[in-house]
Write a protein that binds this ligand. Structure first.
Ligand code: TPP
Ligand code: SF4
Ligand code: MG
Length: 327
């Protein structure tokens, strides 16, 4: 579905004016090398402190809020595994109501929902769908580490084909995860919302500017953030950002945005690297044979060809630049 989207309120971040303050304080309890927590910091830098955060149960909730401590510098609520979309909707609706009744003034704080891939693709999909359908002004961020990490690396419907997890273990009779990753950005875009984007912490300006566009649109926005989990993936903690980059450079995780149904690939990869480069540095893929890798390469090529066709058929208008924050 196509619709016109007003991005005139978009305030661009450049290398010279990167906001300094994350709303997640250091001293949280994430594992060494966790990229998911870095991603959350980048999102909140772009948003600023005038926000209310709903955090579904999952790693990011656990590592930031061990009672009686908190790593949060902003209003934050822990919600159940399945209802981040519903709680964020309720907060936005309450703010709108208070404004209508004259009980609060000024611009609305940004309402943000953070949820993992399990919370988004599986158990919370209905509450996300409802929030998108109702058109609430909120930003829903899926932090995709491709499994249920908080509870011990169980597969989700966002786990990639061939990955070994505790509930899709690789063995003589199993390749590991036997289905392909659910296409959540496409599912969200199908709700006719103004803004959907994929983001990678390896490209922080691209990520933060997508947050800024999500803030600017009038209605719901969905951001899907690739979030390396060294613990669950069996990757060295020090390669989190280079692995994030590799995912983009191999087209495993292409960066794009869908603005009112129109596509824009925001990082063009002229010569994609082989998928094997990406797979071989992760223990979850170490059982794959040459023919398994060839199959995955074909899947990646097919998915990227589909994305390219969408971008060629329904191109997003050229970015006008957006006003900049003070430098
Ligand atoms: C209804 C319900 N079922 C199961 C759980 C247990 N549980 C808590 S977090 C979690 C996995 C979260 O996975 P994901 O959303 O991908 O976030 P991650 O921990 O990977 O960041 C599970 C199964 C729960 N809290 N509530
Ligand atoms: S298990 Fe993974 S996502 Fe969770 S805190 Fe550790 S590295 Fe981060
Ligand atoms: Mg997860």
């Amino acid at each position: 579905m196509l619709r016109d989207v007003d991005l005139s309120g978009y305030r661009k971040i450049t290398g010279k004016n990167v906001p300094r303050e994350s709303m997640v304080a250091s001293g949280h309890r994430a594992c060494q090398g966790c990229v998911e927590v870095l991603a959350m910091g980048m999102v909140t830098r772009a948003v600023g402190n005038d926000c209310i955060i709903c955090n579904a149960t999952g790693c990011m909730e656990i590592i930031t809020s061990p009672y009686p401590q908190t790593a949060w510098k902003t209003p934050w609520i822990h919600v159940a595994f399945e209802n981040a979309g519903a709680v964020a909707s309720g907060i936005e609706a309450a703010l709108q109501s208070l404004t209508r009744k004259g009980k609060r003034k000024g611009p609305l704080p940004t309402v943000l929902a953070f949820a993992g891939d399990g919370a988004t693709a599986d158990i919370g999909l209905q509450s996300l769908s409802g929030a998108l359908e109702r058109g609430h002004k909120l930003i829903y961020v899926c932090l995709d580490n491709e499994a249920y990490m908080n509870t011990g690396v169980q597969r989700s419907s966002s786990t990639p084909f061939g990955a070994s997890t505790t509930t899709s273990p690789a063995g003589k009779k199993s390749i590991g995860q036997s289905t392909r990753k659910k296409n959540l950005p496409a599912i969200c875009a199908a709700h006719d919302i103004p803004y959907v984007a994929t983001c990678s912490p390896a490209f922080h300006l691209d990520l933060m500017n997508k947050v800024r566009k999500a803030m600017a649109v009038d209605g719901p926005a969905y951001l899907h953030i690739y979030s390396v989990c060294p613990t669950g993936w069996g990757a060295k903690p020090e390669i989190g950002i280079s692995l994030s980059k590799l995912a983009v450079e191999t087209n495993v995780f292409p960066l794009y945005e869908i603005i009112g149904g129109r596509y824009n690939i925001t990082k063009k990869v002229t010569k994609p690297k082989p998928v094997l480069d990406y797979l071989k540095v992760q223990r979850r893929f170490r059982h794959l044979t040459e023919s398994d890798v060839a199959k995955i390469q074909q899947q990646v090529d097919d998915s990227f060809a589909y994305l390219n066709t969408m971008a060629a058929t329904f191109p997003a208008p050229k970015e006008k630049g957006g006003a900049k924050d003070e430098e």
